[in-house]
Design a protein around this ligand. Structure first.
Ligand code: 9UX
Length: 72
């Protein structure tokens, strides 16, 4: 089952930050789409539930040095 989550991201200061997060999330197993909107500080991530989960997505964002809070 493909699932979708929106995550609030804190700490982004430039457009390269959002690019780093998109690439990092895209490498997670099961993630099919990761789009980060810098202006609204939000990531929209589509993934196969059961492969990766919200905790993995948040952990990846935090590992890259940002704050993550799921909104859905
Ligand atoms: Mo910009 Mo972000 O110079 O991780 S890349 S601050």
């Amino acid at each position: 089952v493909r699932d979708k989550v929106e995550v609030k991201i804190t700490g982004m200061t430039c457009a390269a930050c959002s690019g780093r997060i998109e690439r990092g999330l895209g490498k997670l197993p099961g993630v099919t789409s990761a789009v980060v909107n810098l202006a609204v500080e939000k990531a929209t991530v589509e993934y196969y539930a059961g492969v990766s989960g919200i905790a993995d997505i948040k952990a990846k964002i935090e590992q890259l040095g940002f704050g993550a809070h799921d909104l859905t």
